[in-house]
Design a protein around this ligand. Structure first.
Ligand SMILES: NC(=O)c1ccc[n+]([C@@H]2O[C@H](COP(=O)([O-])OP(=O)(O)OC[C@H]3O[C@@H](n4cnc5c(N)ncnc54)[C@H](O)[C@@H]3O)[C@@H](O)[C@H]2O)c1
Ligand SMILES: CC(C)[C@H](C(=O)O)[C@@H](O)C(=O)O
Ligand SMILES: [Mg+2]
Length: 372
């Protein structure tokens, strides 16, 4: 298959982890005889420094013309620590999501059997965790009108949702639930927010078209607790933009590190793949960031184009690195392996299973194809 992939390394550890994902995609190209073309562009603080714009037109055009975007991370303390900054790296990512129409952000939360001891949570609670968060990505409080009065003493952010915005992601989430265990939980704050009550009405109506799916509702405060008390109760979680952002970072605690959680953002035309973590500026240039979230995001990219065997080969190589303890320090304090070594190991272990008769595929961590 030929694929044009836009690479947006961004800031902090973004370039380091993205490089490892690209190594793995090169290995997939060679092993399975595909042809991927990579073109890189600026985004985030790096783009502001070079052009004054966190999402230069050239970058947006490249992404619009590409088959897929592979994104590193954006963000820089010089903006995080300056609440008055007029231009911010995050605006680049938000505008990109909006312009590409990436309304559904899909964030699988699973536990690698090898990492059951890595979580601060009890093994018997987290074993078997396997749920997917469908996070609405181009609406809600992130994109509502923002106001600050002249004195700078009163500020507001409007949380607005339309029926259309809710129903298009709801359909994707119901279809995913239908293909999995048939359970969908809508996470909201319908006891307080009018926008959440609209979500409940729209989602309840759509549920009538999916009789095989059981729908239940959970207030987000309770959901935040249930996710770590009893994660196995969840299959598909559907939620709005900000709640999805927050509960997915929380969900990463189950698996042992946020450096493991990948995501796909999809719309009608475009698709973007990125780790859920940020630019982790404290780790920039230290070769300690976990590249697995970025590598698994590349695996989701492959699945998006129907390259399931290829995606599986990446997941199996990741699993092998975990089993052999070839991991970054977030997963083993005394680890002597860096971002690059872990990336090299995983890329070197991408094999076509049909060609490898000795492959042992017992107990594969994230073996199950995810969602798209
Ligand atoms: N999609 C994105 O690009 C994205 C996502 C989240 C945050 N951000 C931005 O990133 C910057 C830093 O934000 P933050 O510190 O709140 O979140 P962060 O995700 O960058 O880091 C939070 C913590 O998670 C851990 N971590 C993150 N990535 C890791 C990795 N690959 N390997 C091992 N450990 C990892 C580290 O302990 C780190 O201190 C901010 O500017 C923020 O706006 C960007
Ligand atoms: C950087 C920020 C705008 C972004 C978000 O809130 O969507 C990040 O936290 C994420 O999870 O991708
Ligand atoms: Mg986030």
């Amino acid at each position: 298959m030929n694929l044009k992939i836009a690479l947006l390394p961004g800031d902090g550890i973004g370039p380091e982890v993205l490089n490892q994902a690209v190594k793995c995609l090169h290995a997939v190209e060679e092993t399975f005889n595909h042809h991927f073309t990579f073109k890189e562009a600026l985004v985030g603080a790096t783009a502001i420094d070079r052009t004054g714009n966190p999402l230069p037109n050239q970058t947006l055009n490249l992404c619009q013309e590409a088959d897929a975007v592979l994104f590193g991370a954006i963000g820089d303390p010089k903006y995080d620590n300056d609440p008055s900054a007029k231009v911010r790296p995050e605006q680049g990512l938000l505008k990109l999501r909006k312009e590409l129409g990436l309304f559904a952000n899909i964030r699988p939360v699973q536990v690698f059997p090898t990492l059951l001891d890595n979580s601060p949570l009890k093994k018997d609670i987290i074993a078997g965790t396997d749920f997917v968060i469908y996070r609405e990505l181009t609406g809600g409080i992130y994109f509502g009108e923002k106001k600050l009065n002249e004195e700078g003493t009163i500020a507001s952010d409007l949380c607005e949702y339309s029926e259309k915005e809710i129903s298009r992601i709801a359909h994707l989430a119901f279809k995913a639930a239908k293909n999995r265990s048939g359970k969908l939980t809508l996470v909201d704050k319908a006891n307080v927010l009018e926008s959440s009550r609209l979500w409940r009405r729209v989602v309840s109506k759509i549920a009538e078209s999916y009789p095989e799916v059981t729908l239940d509702f959970l207030f987000v405060d309770n959901a935040a607790m249930q996710i770590i008390l009893n994660p196995s109760q969840f299959d598909i979680i559907l939620t709005e933009n900000m709640f999805g952002d927050i509960i997915s970072d929380e969900g990463s605690v189950i698996g042992g590190s946020i450096g493991l959680l990948a995501s796909a953002s999809v719309g009608e035309q475009n698709a973007l793949f990125e780790p859920i973590h940020g630019s982790y500026p404290q780790a920039k240039g230290k070769d300690i960031a976990n590249p697995i979230a970025s590598i698994l995001s590349a695996a989701m990219l492959l699945e998006h184009f129907g390259l399931f065997e290829e995606a599986m080969s990446v997941r199996e190589a990741v699993d092998k690195s975990l089993k052999k303890g070839i991991v970054t320090p977030d997963l083993a304090k005394k680890s002597q392996y860096g971002t690059n070594q872990v990336g090299d190991f995983i890329a070197d272990n991408i094999v076509d299973e049909d060609d490898d008769l000795n492959m042992n595929d017992e107990n594969i961590g994230l073996g199950k194809s995810t969602i798209i």
